[in-house]
Write a protein that binds this ligand. Structure first.
Ligand SMILES: Cc1cc2nc3c(=O)[nH]c(=O)nc-3n(C[C@H](O)[C@H](O)[C@H](O)COP(=O)(O)OP(=O)(O)OC[C@H]3O[C@@H](n4cnc5c(N)ncnc54)[C@H](O)[C@@H]3O)c2cc1C
Length: 390
């Protein structure tokens, strides 16, 4: 493989430039370098400084209804373990399983689990006594749940960093602190201008997450990706009170909702360090980073009603991040319909960690002309680019 010129060169050439060093850009880089492409990843900040740094790290199949996203999620979940084995599995990757619980009417959760099991999800109905075995500290008022052993977890910042470290070890380059200002046609490929360099590449992947719409515009195209804010509460380290990812089954409806207003449902899980992560809220308020005491209180109240033992827990910190929301809740993976050689891999909303492995593999296959492992049509950017963008 030819050497990529050093940073001091004002013009830098490659087969492929990936914009964005979050988990999606990292997975794209992983599969691109594996396919033999001379690849550069650039980011306006540091690795995992975008939404990846705010994610909880769940690799979930349980929160998806049958369809293209669940199909992608099932494949992605297995690919995560392959990638983990390849790079040394140093990012807390563990198949700890999920438990979805119904507080009142259990029928919608039963129906969901049944439909999921028909397409390959391991979904096991559990009653009160099995729930108490799986989660000894869960409220005794909860009588029904579904155990999903396939759900997994990783530490997403570590994962992005380790995957990109491995990528660099295989000849790739990661160049932080380079904001992409424009993307223009250049010969057979594209020229990417940043403040102090011009990158020339045959192909470009826009993996800029929540900011992918802005990158598309800077290239002369468009994508309707918007921020969807979410808060996470982090407790001080505690004894192990929570053994799985445990969530209220209405979480699935919140994820699928297109409502811009605040939605919350209880999502609780432990981490290897002993902290407990409490979510989840969703609201479209632009890039407003401010704290919201009502949202924080609501999340805390919901969490303690599911795990009463958390009533005495101290909060270590609260933070928020912006999920890359796409209007039909499917990621955007594929070639731009207007700009030749520009590909998008973004808009994964609250599932970008989980879906990143399959998304990176899919886009690398598209670029190298390999028959894709899944029908990419539902993810095509063309589905939005044919519509007028408001
Ligand atoms: C509170 C919260 C909890 C979540 N929990 C989970 C979870 O448990 N499981 C899950 O699967 N998902 C979860 N998510 C969603 C997940 O974090 C995202 O879908 C995922 O991180 C998106 O990754 P990305 O690489 O596409 O984007 P990002 O990580 O945002 O990376 C995009 C990168 O592009 C860079 N960039 C932007 N503009 C430019 C430019 N002009 N020039 C150069 N670089 C640029 C940014 O600096 C950034 O580093 C959660 C999200 C939130 C907010």
């Amino acid at each position: 493989m030819a050497q990529i010129p050093s940073r001091s060169d004002r013009e830098i050439g490659a087969d492929l430039v990936i914009i964005g060093a979050g988990i999606v850009g990292a997975m794209c880089a992983h599969y691109a370098i594996g396919a033999g492409l001379r690849t550069i990843v650039i980011d306006r900040n540091a690795v995992a400084s975008g939404t990846t740094g705010a994610g909880e790290g769940n690799i979930m199949v349980s929160d998806k209804t049958p369809g293209p996203e669940l199909e992608l999620a099932l494949i992605s979940r297995d690919l995560w373990f392959e990638v983990g084995a390849r790079v040394g599995d140093t990012f807390e990757l563990v198949a700890k399983g999920g438990v979805s619980v119904a507080r009142n009417n259990s029928q919608p959760l039963r129906d969901l689990a049944h439909s999921q099991s028909l397409v390959g999800v391991d979904a096991r109905e559990v009653g009160a006594s099995e729930l108490a075995t799986l989660e000894p500290y869960i409220s005794r008022e909860i009588k029904y749940g579904v155990h999903y052993p396939q759900d997994a977890q990783c530490q997403p910042m570590l994962a992005a960093a380790r995957i990109l470290q491995d990528f660099q070890g295989r000849g790739g380059r990661v160049i932080p602190h380079q904001e992409v200002l424009s993307i223009e046609e250049s010969g057979d490929g594209l020229a990417i201008r940043t403040g102090d360099s011009i990158f020339r590449a045959q192909n470009v992947i826009n993996a800029a997450g929540t900011w992918a719409g802005e990158i598309a515009r800077r290239a002369g195209s468009d994508l309707p990706i918007m921020p969807r804010r979410g808060f996470i509460l982090v407790t001080a380290p505690l004894p192990q009170y929570v053994f799985h990812k445990v969530y209220d089954s209405d979480y699935v409806d919140n994820v699928a909702s297109s409502d811009a207003d605040l939605q919350t449902s209880t999502v609780i899980e432990g981490t290897k360090s002993g902290t407990i992560l409490i979510g989840a809220s969703r609201e479209r308020v632009g890039y407003d980073k401010s704290m919201s005491v009502p949202v924080i209180k609501k999340l805390a109240r919901q969490a303690t009603s599911l795990f009463p033992v958390l009533r005495d827990a101290q909060l270590l910190r609260v933070y928020n991040g912006f999920r890359p929301y796409s209007p039909d809740h499917l990621p955007v993976i594929g070639a731009d319909s207007r700009i030749k050689n520009l590909y998008h891999c973004a808009g994964h909303e609250g599932a970008g960690i989980g879906l990143s492995a399959a998304s990176g593999k899919l886009i690398a296959e598209m670029i190298t002309g390999i028959q894709p492992f899944i029908d990419p049509t539902p993810f095509s950017p063309a589905r939005f680019q044919m519509m007028a963008v408001r």
